[in-house]
Design a protein around this ligand. Sequence first.
Ligand code: GDP
Ligand code: IMO
Ligand code: MG
Length: 426
Amino acid sequence: MPVAVVVGAQWGDEGKGKVVDLLTENADVVARWGGGANAGHTLVVDGQKYVTHLMPSGVLRRQVTCVVGEGMVIDPKILLEEIRAFKKHGLLADSSKLLISRRAHMTLPHHRILDGVREQGPAAVGSTKRGIGPTYESKAARTGLRIDDLYRPDRFRKRLEANLQLLGPVFADAKDQLPSVESVIKEYLAYGEELAPYVGDASYFLNKQIDAGKNVLLEGAQGVLLDIDHGTYPFVTSSSTTAGGACAALGIGPTKIKTVIGIVKAYATRVGMGPFPTELDDAVGAKIREAGAEFGSTTGRPRRCGWLDMPALRLAIRLSGIESLALTKLDVLSGMETVKVCVAYKLRGKLLEEMPCDPEDVDEVEPVYEEHPGWKQTKADGGLDGLPETAAKYLDRVSELAGIPLSLISVGPGRDETIVKGHPFE
Ligand code: GDP
Ligand code: IMO
Ligand code: MG
């Protein structure tokens, strides 16, 4: 069962791009299952930086087939821009190296506009304004358009008109921003032509690969704490970001999953609105933001920064059945006199080991901190033994508090800046 699921174990931007790129050295297939161009996954190889929004992070590995899977919401324009850019780098020359699910839903111009309109009103959550929420709304309302519709022009027109009619009242104030139906049809059918060589049945392909014993990695987007069901609702994204979400979206039975790896930063960040108990709204938070270059890969927004939050991490571990952690950005905390970890919350006189359900409770909790001596510098050479003693002790304590091992430690954005301890396909 060589199928591994990788999820972000916080509020996104944990370093999934870097870790997935690294773990796919021996992978045959990398599939994404959720979200869309709200994601921004960064890969740094030989000093060159790539940011992917829809393309799975296995794209730089020539042997890997990338799958843009069921459950995702695809903005075809952005996906085509990524395909063209990677082709320029000499990748994806063979169209069999990319498979786009014909069942994935599409983000249309009016979904993007609606996202922007909402973000100006009382329902704002600090979204990425990529049209993600409205696209999933159309999907759930059963009026959405799927990749398949690009190849049935009559159906595309009918569904587009019906979708627009349903959303019409919401657009009352933004009608002048809407492109005409004819121009959308023309634009999207042209995208369809360019995407055609890659479109297929992703679920079928993935199951065939799994049955053939291939190494398959399922790459999460966002983070478990942004999950539509289990996250800090309503300050969440609109899809399932837990490991179980991968099975549901891609049509892979849970019996096929070998392991789940969670990615966690050595501290915590969050973009957008919503509770964040360990947030540092001070000079220390600003220092982490600067040292960690914590600005959104998709929107460029400054990320809110804070200390590592174990009650939040424990929730993510439970929700996704995470068996080991890849800890990133340890280097960012270098130079700090002391480093804090939130080990529990206090809520109305009670001690909590796990983040509570209600976001208002999460807003109210008081973090209980443990303080650790800092370290000057981290480097990957020399493995774990090459780390300063205080950094190694911090890692041991994080693993102990999480109750699971650390399988990978990252001390910089590049492939080499990693202390690898385990491999998902071994
Ligand atoms: P993702 O959405 O989870 O893929 O994460 P992002 O790409 O949005 O943000 C993570 C950022 O941290 C990117 O700029 C990475 O290049 C960078 N990064 C990843 N791992 C490390 C690390 O160990 N140290 C440092 N300094 N940067 C890292
Ligand atoms: P990656 O995959 C961080 C956040 C947004 C907002 C909320 C809802 O790069 O980790 P949406 O546009 O999804 O409707 O916004 O979710 N969000 C992310 N935050 N990383 C991401 O992706 C995110 N994708 C969505 O900031 O708070
Ligand atoms: Mg990101």
